[in-house]
Design a protein around this ligand. Structure first.
Ligand code: ZN
Length: 270
């Protein structure tokens, strides 16, 4: 099953169009301070050493939906008929870890997506592909490697540990990975992702589950798709209607976010 790893547009070409349009707009306003010199002239280039590379703020998990890690590596390293794709890391079902893109660079794994106020997830995240065909369980060795990688990345890049999310969470109308079999609870037990506590407080009257969904980060423009993504992540199914127990989970997740120190709140809260 070739070419099934998450199709994307070609970001550089699209960005070039945006830059040129922005420059034209800036010229019309009488200035072009941020455009590249080769696009906007006259412009005086005064480089400053006071900068560094932008760093990721969250981690997005995927499944390859291919038959092997080797097949996925080919797709992630080559030009495909449906568009070029990549990820920073790939983990085989045997636990083997591959890196394809430097963490400081922008891999093409998220596509059209949104989480809270962030609409360009490729710029804001590290992408990790898991070698999985979409219907099989995730192996122990693979999850063990993932946990070691998360420990390493979140420590070095200072990414909040609860901001580990799925591709299906950020693109609910287009993507379903990782599948409902993914062990989010096990990740939470190791300290990653957001997960309801064992004992949850009673849900107060007037609680708005949609407001909690929005606070967590879900794009609500297609409510049924958002609920499907929420259920895949937290309930192990893909139901598109509210289920008994949803309110308790969402109220607890909302409370956890509200209890976090301000500096640890997700940058994506609208
Ligand atoms: Zn994906």
């Amino acid at each position: 099953m070739p070419n099934r790893v998450h199709g994307l547009r070609e970001p550089d070409r699209a960005l070039g169009i945006v830059r040129i349009c922005a420059c034209i707009a800036a010229l019309a306003l009488g200035g072009c301070a941020t455009a590249p010199p080769q696009v906007c002239s006259p412009l005086e280039w005064r480089p400053s050493p006071n900068h560094d590379q932008r760093s990721a703020q969250m981690i997005v998990l995927h499944q390859t939906e291919m038959e092997s890690a080797e097949a996925a590596l080919v797709t992630l390293q080559t030009r495909n008929p449906t568009g070029r794709v990549s990820a920073h890391y790939l983990i085989g079902d045997d636990g083997r870890l591959y890196q394809l893109v430097a963490e400081s660079e922008r891999a093409w794994h998220a596509g059209a997506s949104r989480w809270g106020g962030v609409a360009d997830l490729n710029s804001a995240s590290i992408g990790i592909e898991l070698d999985n065909d979409g219907v099989e369980p995730f192996s122990q060795a693979q999850i063990d490697t993932l946990l070691r990688l998360l420990d390493d990345i979140t420590g070095r890049l200072d990414i909040p540990r609860h901001l580990v999310i799925g591709h299906g969470d950020i693109a609910p109308t287009r993507k379903r990975d990782p599948s409902a079999l993914f062990p989010w609870k096990r990740l939470a037990e190791a300290g990653y992702g957001l997960w309801p506590r064992a004992v949850t407080a009673p849900v107060p009257s007037g609680f708005d589950p949609w407001a909690a969904m929005r606070l967590i980060g879900y794009d609500l423009r297609d409510p049924a798709a958002a609920l499907r993504a929420f259920h895949r992540h937290y309930r192990g199914n893909e139901d598109e209607q509210w289920l008994p127990g949803d309110a308790e989970i969402l109220y607890d997740l909302q409370q956890q976010l509200m209890e976090m120190p301000v500096m640890e709140m997700p940058a994506t809260v609208p």
